[in-house]
Write a protein that binds this ligand. Structure first.
Ligand code: NAD
Length: 237
């Protein structure tokens, strides 16, 4: 049996499957990841996306953020669409993502836990007023609230805690999962990558172009394009 057939069998037999993914899920939508060659991290220091950098150099943060982290034209790719189809077909319970681009929801996934927030939600640090992505896109320099306060994205920067309750919900879903699909993530960003330790089942599947620290623990490892692998698995169901 090929690895793809095994993946399709795992999916068809699963009742509480969870997908846990990262930036590699969106590279096929034209959004660079952090750690692939040509990824964002190879061009800019990780420190720019940190709380201390944001507070000390907000103009520079926003220059980088607008140029390199916002992709308002991006469309869901084959991996997003396959995951949404799996949920509709009853083969996937939830998507847990480290991504901030909102593409899983755009693709039609309903239960999506965003561990690192979303570029689509923004708020004023002074009065708390909410703003859509458009407010950041249409502003120049520092995006300002009507009250004059600084608008910031509800995105988890390095040095910041995860949004309250989201990791706990993800942890519960992973604990209950009978299949855990992990893909498009280098599994190096914590605490997110720590989610794997809560999985108790015997069907841990790794779908990633490059090796990850969890490959040795996986029951099935598939290399290559996550969009191609997931689309092919869905086509077999
Ligand atoms: P990462 O950049 O550290 O790792 C991405 C992984 O995906 C790599 O191992 C790479 O080999 C693999 N990959 C890339 N394209 C792939 C493809 N088409 N098919 C299969 N595998 C592919 O990403 P990470 O682990 O998510 O950590 C980066 C952090 O940066 C996260 O916290 C995330 O929030 C943030 N980030 C988000 C986005 C986004 O929202 N789209 C983009 C860049 C970074």
């Amino acid at each position: 049996m090929s690895k793809l057939d095994t993946l399709a069998r795992f999916l068809s037999e699963a009742r509480r499957a969870v997908f846990f993914g990262g930036a590699g899920v969106s590279t096929e939508s034209g959004i660079p990841d952090f750690r692939s060659p040509g990824g964002l991290y190879s061009e800019a220091p990780e420190t720019i996306v940190s709380r201390s950098f944001f507070l000390a150099h907000p103009e520079e943060f926003y220059r980088f953020y607008r140029e390199r982290m916002l992709y308002p034209e991006a469309e869901p790719g084959p991996a997003h669409l396959a995951l949404a189809a799996l949920e509709r077909m009853g083969h996937l319970r939830a998507v847990v993502t480290q991504n901030i681009d909102g593409l899983h929801q755009r693709a039609g996934s309903r239960l999506v836990l965003e561990l690192h927030g979303s570029v689509h939600r923004n708020h004023c640090v002074r009065c708390g007023r909410r703003y859509p992505l458009q407010a950041v896109l249409e502003s120049e320099g520092l995006p300002r609230c009507v009250c004059g306060g600084l608008i910031r994205p509800d995105v988890v920067l390095y040095e910041e805690p995860l949004p309250a309750g989201v990791f706990e919900r993800a942890e519960a879903l992973v604990r209950e999962a009978d299949l855990l699909l992990v893909g498009g993530s280098s599994l190096t960003v914590y605490p997110a990558a720590g989610l794997l330790q809560y999985y108790r089942g015997s069907r841990l599947v790794l779908l990633n172009r490059t090796p990850t620290p969890a490959d040795g623990r996986a029951d099935l490892v598939l290399r290559g394009s996550i969009g191609a692998v997931l689309s092919a698995a869905v086509a077999r169901l």
